[in-house]
Design a protein around this ligand. Structure first.
Ligand SMILES: [Zn+2]
Length: 167
């Protein structure tokens, strides 16, 4: 079941209330297609908590259309919280096209974003994600990231985990 939010005040809307004025602030609410468009616009909103919120809702919705805009956030945003939210959303949406952008974030992003990249790459899987996670388990400067990456390798792919311990 999808959860909709008013894109003016961000209150959660009950099912069936989309298309009627928001019960909290009175703003017009949108049909589902327009809702994703509004969320994509909100990724560029100047008030810092708004894009974070929009990214996490896009992830919950599994909105494939958001993959490109979320990857653009990874390339351009200096905000660690937004980078982390965008990475998590890309993991939830589940499109393997996001892997290279997440690998880049894992190598060069700030700490909370690297942790979120580990989580997202674990969800997406595949050879490129595995290689990046193995690298982070060994070489990330932060212990929390090394541990998260190591756990994700052992949990997701036992063979890889054994090779890792032999090295
Ligand atoms: Zn509202």
């Amino acid at each position: 079941m999808m959860t909709y939010h008013c894109t003016a005040c961000w209150s959660e809307l009950p099912a069936g209330a989309v298309g009627q004025p928001c019960a909290w602030c009175g703003a017009a609410t949108d049909a589902p297609g327009d809702y994703v468009d509004k969320l994509l616009e909100a990724l560029r909103h100047p008030e810092p908590s708004t894009p974070v919120r929009a990214a996490s809702i896009l992830g919950q919705l599994g909105a494939r259309r958001a993959v490109g805009p979320l990857l653009a956030v990874l390339r351009t945003s200096p905000d660690g919280f937004l980078l982390a939210a965008a990475a998590r959303a890309l993991g939830q949406i589940g499109d393997p096209a996001a892997v290279p952008g997440l690998v880049e974030l894992l190598r060069h992003g700030p700490l909370p974003a690297r942790l979120a990249a580990v989580e997202a790459l674990r969800r997406l899987g595949g050879a490129e994600a595995e290689t990046a996670l193995r690298w982070a388990a060994r070489a990330d400067p932060a212990r929390s990231v090394r541990e998260a990456a190591g756990d994700s390798i052992v949990g997701g792919e036992r063979k890889v985990g054994r090779e890792q311990r032999v090295q």
